[in-house]
Design a protein around this ligand. Sequence first.
Ligand code: SF4
Length: 704
Amino acid sequence: MSQEVKSTCCYCGVGCGVLIRAEGGVITSVRGDPEHPANLGRLCTKGASLHLTAGTANRLVHPALRPARGEPAQGVAWDDALEHASERFAQIIRTHGPDAVAFYISGQLMTEDYYVFNKLAKGLIGTNNVDTNSRLCMSSAVAGYKQTLGADAPPSCYDDIDQAGVILIAGANPAIAHPIVFRRIEDARVANPDLKVIVVDPRRTESAAIADLHLPIKPGSDIALFNGMLHVMIGEGLIDETYIAEHTEGFAEQAAIVAEYTPMRVAELCGIPASDIVRAARWFATRGPALSLYCQGLNQSAHGTHNNAALIQLHLACGQIGKAGAGPFSLTGQPNAMGGREVGGLANLLSAHRDLANPQHRAEVAALWGIPEVPAKPGKAAVDLFKALASGEIKAVWIACTNPAQSLPHQAAVRAGLANAEFVVLQECFADTDTAAYADLLLPATGWGEKHGTVTNSERRITRVQAAVPPTGEARHDWQIVVDFARRLGRKLDHAAVDRLFPYASVEEIFNEHRASTAGRDLDITGLSYALLEQQGPQQWPFPQGATAGRARLYADGRFPTANGRARFVSVQHQATAEQADKTYPLSLLSGRMRDQWHGMSRTGIVPRLFNLEDEPLLQMHPCDMRHRQLEDGDLVRLFNRRGEIVVRVAAGSGLVRGRTWLPMHWGNRFMNGAGANALLGDAVDPWSQQPELKHTTVEVAKS
Ligand code: SF4
């Protein structure tokens, strides 16, 4: 019998609700959930094609063990697979200690999956070597919020788009990357003709095309721009001195810094007219509620944390936070990067927004889990984790629901790390990702439409995800695989408490334990339950016990979760990109997304209709740069730098300033008979967030 089940789209952080229809155990259609607040029934092309990605095509359907590297993996029973994995991990831990193993997980997982992975690493094994692909995505946003506002909590909500007087979109292209948010911006413009939209992007993107003001800044010069806007606001008396005095600290120090950021100097640093900097500052400060939307253009930078902080400080300076239509709103990249952060899913975090570096927080988590202690030594963040595999410091890695051989920068170094590892486990939905070639053991996981759990979207809204069909083949739920492995490993390591640590018989029991860990924290969800989410629909946190609704906006009372309740201005200065154009590599390469593809394309790449708009990755160049190299539209070119070379077709890009090129990031080896964009992008990281500069490098281009 046909039935519809509530779930979410598994692509971007907008977190659209979907209704999945299934017949006879097969997913037959999908439509937007009209009751879900994130999308009110709308879906973009990717979401509307989700049902075409279900089924067995490209799926990993049974566990498989590779007898030796380079040989085909052989099918193996689940019991044998997990016994083998637990024996290898136990042997490495006994010989080399707990920090010789690591876990690299994913913003695509359910919150409950994340929770048990963290408990396995930090609670059972005693290592903080558990990091995720959210490190590549949101870690600068996390650090930016924490440095300025005191907590990793986006203070705004999607409804603010409808109520804003000015929207500043910086380092984001929602028309392509967050399409349902963009539809809402378009609707807001129709409803309010006075609404001003400012887009800050080195390229004239699809989002910039609708802007009232586009600022095509030099790559990486965001801090200079925001400091320049603050300079203008201070000089013209546009700041909210009362708000600054009552609710912030550190303003005088930052004001002294921005005194040097005159519009003329910033125009030079950013490569845009001084008059546009002044106009942007005036609009931001005077057009009514100011909302900023930002994403990877700020985050994926070697100074990503301060990019975020400099923007957030504009809101603090103008009192544009904690009220309708206003606030610094970081758009989440992945569908559940937020949920992962909530349970401590990064090497420097602990459950419920606790910090590993805080001894009291470690003690609280140890008490919650009933273990003597959580190890204090910081775990390896993503880039360092794979470097440690290459050096032999880490000997075994368990990878779940992500494809680091394609998605991390400096691919050659990452692949060298995987090749050097003694033991690689890949827990995956799909069979032929680039990382699968390096796996000694492949474990099939359930995928979209087959999983239960919860996810949290960009506006802190938690949605209960339901399975529409049974698992494909022998696939198991991610949390089930982790719990089974943890019990086996614990017994091999003579861990007395293993059965008490991993008692779960259902995914709901994990949610309930996570919920209890949030009591009294900024993200308190002690008032939520699976039953409430099913009956009343998705809810925003915090939602403490006794609440009847979540909180749409944070910091309305002007109090922040810092030691003294004040938000902080941190002193931020302009910094250059990690790599600068020179005679050898004179062109900037910017990476970005295409409308109809998602990440490494393991899901969208199997849907023919998603290639209708763009069927290959084109390198976009300024026509003058092409003429200078005697290139014409459609030519195959070599795109190269000190890390590698790829071959792509070139096209004149109308939205580019001379000296800048742009390439979509989706294609990997499977599609290009070579390497993807990440073969060229570097692994310089932000010192606070450890997020790599995936948005920019320098290259040269020549006819192939
Ligand atoms: Fe999915 Fe994002 Fe599109 Fe919504 S906007 S349907 S979450 S890809």
